[in-house]
Design a protein around this ligand. Structure first.
Ligand SMILES: Nc1nc2c(ncn2[C@@H]2O[C@H](COP(=O)(O)OP(=O)(O)O)[C@@H](O)[C@H]2O)c(=O)[nH]1
Ligand SMILES: [Mg+2]
Ligand SMILES: [Zn+2]
Length: 288
């Protein structure tokens, strides 16, 4: 079975061979651990989840205290949605990219609302310097979605991005029967934290799954070692070696990453993102 949504010790699942079947209620046995949306699981004779099959990835976020909060399993793609309006946060864009890379998930940037003029300014102009796939779409009314549709026909893909960029509109355009509320209404109803992070998988008509996580757009990382953070910055591998093996690429003399950023070998926007995420790690560490 494939878990399409999980809420603590129970959830909904569909047979692997029939993703569009009506999901059935599943109890999760304690010894199975905590299944997540996206998990493939074994079900015992009583119809309860007895084991989680090995995961290819786990996508999560940091809580306010810096703990890792898992959101979905076996993601292939993180769709980072930005739009000309509301103006994108450079910080949020780059932390999503880093989070995807460090969790072995391919990021894809979706520039939605391409009916509006796309500003010739960062972070839009920085995208050309990054090793990341970019799609331009219009969700409302739906247009220019064929490229994205084709890209999503296999695997599990999660829509992320700040409020108002058109995530619900995109989900509605890609999943004609969904009928999600658009216009940010789900934000103003003051739903609890549990509701706002419960991910839900929807089978796409052309194959593949789209994961929708209502309300998740503030995105903090969790406490992690510096080398784990660095997995989110694959472009640093192109920099010369640093003088110190445990270099944090911040203040240290002889830092290859900083010199590569100065030379433009590492995109300066990525180096700035690194310094912000390093700062966040130091704040999390200081909070205990
Ligand atoms: N002009 C334009 N507006 C869009 C597009 N996609 C969504 N919108 C509008 O943007 C607003 C926010 O969309 P919504 O899907 O709720 O964004 P979400 O908060 O990311 O889920 C709504 O008023 C949509 O009608 C688009 O491609 N072009
Ligand atoms: Mg929405
Ligand atoms: Zn360094």
């Amino acid at each position: 079975m494939r878990i399409v949504t999980a809420l603590g010790n129970h959830g909904l699942g569909v047979p692997d061979e029939d993703p569009t079947a009506t999901p059935t209620e599943l109890h999760f046995r304690r010894r199975a651990g905590r299944p997540l949306a996206g998990d493939r699981v074994e079900v015992d004779g009583d119809g309860a989840v007895s084991a989680i099959l090995p995961r290819s990835s786990v996508f999560g976020r940091g809580t306010a205290r810096g703990a890792f909060q898992p959101i979905a399993a076996n993601l292939d793609t993180l769709l980072v949605v930005i739009a000309p309006e509301p103006a994108p946060s450079e910080d949020l864009l780059h932390r999503y990219l880093a989070a995807a890379w460090m969790q072995r998930i391919d990021p894809v940037v979706v520039i939605n609302k391409c009916d509006l003029p796309v500003p010739g300014a960062p972070p839009f102009t920085d995208l050309a310097d990054l090793d990341v796939e970019v799609h331009r779409t219009r969700a409302e009314p739906p247009a220019d979605l064929d490229g994205l549709r084709a890209r999503l026909s296999e695997g599990i893909h999660l829509l992320a991005g700040q409020s108002g960029v058109g995530k619900s509109s995109l989900a509605n355009a890609l999943l004609p029967d969904l009928g999600l509320q658009t216009g940010g209404l789900s934000h103003s109803t003051g739903k609890g934290r549990h509701t706002t992070t419960a991910a839900r998988l929807h089978p796409l008509p052309g194959g593949g799954w789209l994961v929708d996580t209502p309300g998740v757009w503030e995105y903090g990382l969790w406490k992690m070692p510096v080398d784990e953070l660095e997995r989110g910055f694959p472009e640093f591998a192109d920099a010369p070696d640093c003088r110190f093996r445990n270099c944090t690429h911040d203040h240290e003399p002889g830092c290859g990453v900083r010199s590569a950023a100065d030379d433009g070998v590492v995109p300066p926007c990525r180096y700035r993102a690194w310094l912000r995420l390093l700062d966040e790690q130091r704040r999390l560490a200081a909070d205990g």
